[in-house]
Design a protein around this ligand. Structure first.
Ligand code: IPD
Ligand code: CA
Ligand code: CA
Length: 261
């Protein structure tokens, strides 16, 4: 039986909206710790995760919890699991760039059956349930109908946590740039996916991401008519990360061909 009910969806969205206040306070960031060469965690990441973990456990005690700021070994993937990125766009948060999001998905049977991505700076809340379409603040959204790469606006990631991939990432960015109108780098994977979902972007590519970066956004983009896969077209895993290609669907094979070069 599915854990997903209307009241669980409502409760989860409400909790994510409440947690948004933890990001927008201008004095929110008090401490910054380095998890890797260019991978940071602040007191805000930790506080948002603790808040959501507690509140989600009260809403649905049987649902497991995967979060970026904890050890996630020992999860039983035959059972439902929340997948949370408490702050997607931590570097943006540290620099007051005002483009970060809380990204929460519910995984069941290896699929994200529900996703919510909230940008508290713009108060845009993207949501989707499997088979139910995608919404922005309750209003249906759809991917763009751009069908030629030369008419497209794309986004890429620079894989900041894995500098050894930088040459490949910038080569890829250049190859895409040569074929489209322009390339953006926003620093928030979940919002890149939502922006594909609502047609602001026509495609998005990143060489290495984690499940919490894309679990919610991939459901939202898919429900909005888009396609989200690995660059070779295979399905993405929610247990472990990898490279990602998202598009409005029409551009998917053309983008795949460029990424193969
Ligand atoms: C990062 C952002 C960024 C992407 C990185 C992610 P974080 O997430 O989504 O856009 O390029 O690969 O790690 O670390 O801010 O949660
Ligand atoms: Ca992230
Ligand atoms: Ca994060």
């Amino acid at each position: 039986m599915t854990a997903l009910t209307d009241s669980l969806v409502e409760g989860a969205v409400q909790t994510v909206l409440e947690a948004g206040e933890l990001l927008t306070d201008p004095a929110a960031v008090q401490s910054i710790r380095s998890k890797g060469e260019t991978d940071y965690v602040t007191n805000v990441d930790v506080a948002v995760q603790a808040f959501l973990r507690k509140r989600l456990a009260a809403l649905a005690p049987d649902v497991q919890f995967m979060g970026e700021e904890q050890d996630n070994t020992g999860l039983d993937w035959s059972r439902p699991c929340w997948i949370l990125d408490p702050v997607d766009g931590t570097t943006n948060l540290i620099h007051s760039f005002r483009h970060s999001a809380i990204s929460l998905a519910l995984a069941e049977g290896g699929q994200a059956v529900f996703g919510v991505v909230y940008n508290p700076y713009t108060e845009e809340c993207f949501t989707a349930r499997r088979g139910g379409g995608a919404l922005r603040n309750g209003v249906p959204i759809h991917v763009s109908d751009v069908s030629r790469l030369e008419d497209s606006l794309l986004s890429t990631g620079t894989v900041p946590g894995r500098r050894e991939l930088a040459d490949a990432a910038f080569r890829q960015m250049r190859a895409l740039y040569d074929r489209c109108q322009d390339v953006r780098r926003t620093g928030c994977a979940s919002l890149d996916l939502c922006w594909v979902a609502c047609g602001r972007l026509d495609g998005y590519v990143e060489l290495s991401l984690q499940p919490w970066d894309y679990a919610a956004g991939m459901r939202i983009a898919a429900e909005a008519g888009g396609k989200v896969t690995a660059p070779d077209g295979s399905p993405l895993s929610l247990r472990e990360g990898g490279p990602l290609l998202a598009s409005n669907g029409r551009l998917h094979s053309a983008l795949q061909a460029i990424l193969k070069e």
